[in-house]
Design a protein around this ligand. Structure first.
Ligand SMILES: NC(=O)c1ccc[n+]([C@@H]2O[C@H](COP(=O)([O-])OP(=O)(O)OC[C@H]3O[C@@H](n4cnc5c(N)ncnc54)[C@H](O)[C@@H]3O)[C@@H](O)[C@H]2O)c1
Ligand SMILES: O=c1ccn([C@@H]2O[C@H](COP(=O)(O)OP(=O)(O)O[C@H]3O[C@H](CO)[C@H](O)[C@H](O)[C@H]3O)[C@@H](O)[C@H]2O)c(=O)[nH]1
Length: 334
């Protein structure tokens, strides 16, 4: 039995590899390294550098290993870029998932745990967001993720291929004891950008809009620690292995923090003053996104450990301080 991690050299996929290896699972990774890092591939995992859309390497992997389960993280995931390059997003995300599902069907692999996103909900009218909240994406990124969920739904109906679509809210933090963390180039996510400012690599943080209908006028998001997120993936995998039916689950902390509050928290954790400047709104940002993850808690028995934003930021800060330039130092000591 082996788990194939698609996108296992990326931020979240590498944390999944760490957890699976800790459970003594056989881990196979495919990653084309378009945003991933070979340095984040952990010892013990079998690594293939390649693309999901390349049938040759997919056949090589599926015939060389007894793959029983898939975790699928490989995707393009920048909302802004997706607005400008929708076809690229459909190609990598939707066509990439199609290629993967075809191989799973061909090699009779029946289970897949999938990275979905809160972006499938678009701009919901009420919070907290439950899985019953209508999915109405407002950008191609969210739309491609919903299309991928739909494909899995129909594969489940037709071929008995069971899936869990995990709709993440804002993922942050780094592994508390394995030396892996978040390194996107370019970085667009709020917490690492503030940490880069704390490290003196950026002059200031631009706060995108202070005229939203929230208490301090800045956007509110629900931040979830990557380790808690991965714990839910492990539970989702076990749920499918125990015969659980295909389903969709939100993954968030259930509490919201404004951009200003996140910056204040980073100041507290790092002891540094973060210069901030109010900038125009970023297109497509909903004012408030807060998850209800009650379903994951009830069905999967998920118990997140990092409810407090300070402890999430602390683990990210620890990693960023150790790796101020990210993985680019060529650290291959894993
Ligand atoms: N980071 C977040 O806050 C967040 C929130 C919601 C959903 N997600 C989803 O979680 C997943 C992982 O996000 P991440 O932050 O770890 O991103 P990431 O870019 O760090 O990881 C994605 C990995 O997939 C690889 N990849 C992409 N396309 C590929 C392809 N066609 N073939 C092989 N490898 C490919 C990349 O090289 C990268 O290593 C994504 O699907 C993303 O949409 C992330
Ligand atoms: O320099 C910055 C960067 C971000 N922000 C603000 O900080 C908040 C969080 O922004 P992120 O880019 O960190 O995260 P998003 O909420 O935009 O997006 C995240 O959640 C989405 C789902 O809602 C998608 O899944 C996406 O992949 C994931 O990164 C937003 O209000 C954004 O406007 C700033 O003010 N300044």
């Amino acid at each position: 039995m082996a788990v194939l991690i698609c996108g296992g050299a990326g931020y979240i996929g590498s944390h999944a590899a760490a957890e699976l290896l800790e459970r003594n699972e056989d881990v196979i990774i495919i990653d084309n390294l378009q945003t991933g890092h070979v340095e984040s591939v952990l010892k013990g995992a079998v690594f293939y550098e390649g693309d999901l859309r390349d049938e040759k390497i997919m056949d090589e992997i599926f015939s060389a290993h007894d793959i029983t389960d898939v975790m699928h993280f490989a995707a393009d995931s920048l909302v802004g870029v997706s607005m400008k390059e929708p076809l690229e997003y459909y190609d990598n995300n939707v066509y990439g998932a199609l290629c993967l599902l075809k191989k799973m069907y061909q090699y009779e692999v029946k289970r897949i745990v999938f990275s979905s996103t809160a972006a499938t909900y678009g701009e919901p009218e009420t919070v907290p967001i439950t899985e019953e909240t209508p999915a109405k994406p407002t950008n191609p990124y969210g739309q491609t993720k919903l299309a991928m969920e739909d494909m899995m739904h129909w594969c489940s109906e037709a071929y008995g291929m069971e899936f869990t679509a995990l709709r993440y809210f804002n993922v942050a933090g780094a592994h508390p004891h394995v030396d892996i963390g978040e390194d996107h180039k370019p970085e667009t996510h709020l917490i690492p950008i503030i940490l880069q400012t704390a490290l003196g690599q950026r002059e200031k943080i631009y706060v995108f809009g202070d005229d939203y209908p929230t208490e301090d006028g800045t956007c509110i998001r629900d931040y979830i620690h990557v380790k808690d997120l991965i714990q839910a993936h492990i539970l989702a995998l076990d749920y499918l292995r125990d015969g659980g039916a295909s389903d969709v689950f939100n993954l968030g902390n259930g509490s919201g923090f404004s951009v200003q509050e996140v910056i204040d928290t980073v100041e507290k954790v790092t002891g540094k003053t973060i210069p901030r400047e109010i900038a125009p709104r970023r297109a497509g940002d909903p004012p408030v996104l807060i998850a209800s993850s009650e379903k994951a808690k009830r069905v999967l028995n998920w118990k997140p450990e990092y409810a407090d934003l300070g402890s999430i930021v602390q683990t990210a800060w620890d990693w960023h301080r150790r790796h101020p330039q990210g993985y680019s130092e060529g650290d291959d000591s894993k």
